[in-house]
Design a protein around this ligand. Structure first.
Ligand code: FES
Ligand code: FES
Length: 126
């Protein structure tokens, strides 16, 4: 199986690895698992008063494609509103990283995690 240079770059130099304080009111946390393989991804967003995502962090207990997908999505969500971030599709990630078909579910993990993080943030504001 051949991986694109972009996957390898994100895998070797993952962006935005780490954690925010899960209890903080400006943080949304999404934790999702991939049924296909058992990998787990935690993705967090930090949202400012204007509702813009100003920072993001992730931790992936998973494969290289999950790490690359997470790394990419943390870069993509920065500067976006919650609604804009919710519109990111796994197919956009898979296309950008040129993921092979058996690894497309790794990008679904990233999409699901960002949606879960947004939902968590909104729940906290309610
Ligand atoms: Fe996810 Fe092997 S199946 S790391
Ligand atoms: Fe399952 Fe990548 S192999 S998330």
């Amino acid at each position: 199986m051949a991986y694109s240079d972009k996957v390898i770059d994100h895998y070797e130099n993952p962006r935005n690895v780490g954690t925010f304080d899960k209890e903080a009111t400006d943080i949304g946390t999404g934790m999702v698992g991939a049924p296909a393989c058992g990998d787990i991804l935690r993705l967090q967003i930090k949202v400012n008063e204007s509702g813009i995502i100003e920072d993001a962090r992730f931790k992936a207990y998973g494969c290289g494609s999950a790490i690359a997908s997470s790394s990419l999505i943390t870069e993509w969500v920065k500067g976006k509103s919650l609604d804009e971030a919710a519109q990111i599709k796994n197919t956009d990630i898979a296309e950008e990283l040129e993921l092979p078909p058996v690894k497309v579910h790794c990008s679904i993990l990233a999409e699901d995690a960002i949606k879960a993080a947004i939902a968590d943030y909104k729940e906290k504001q309610a």
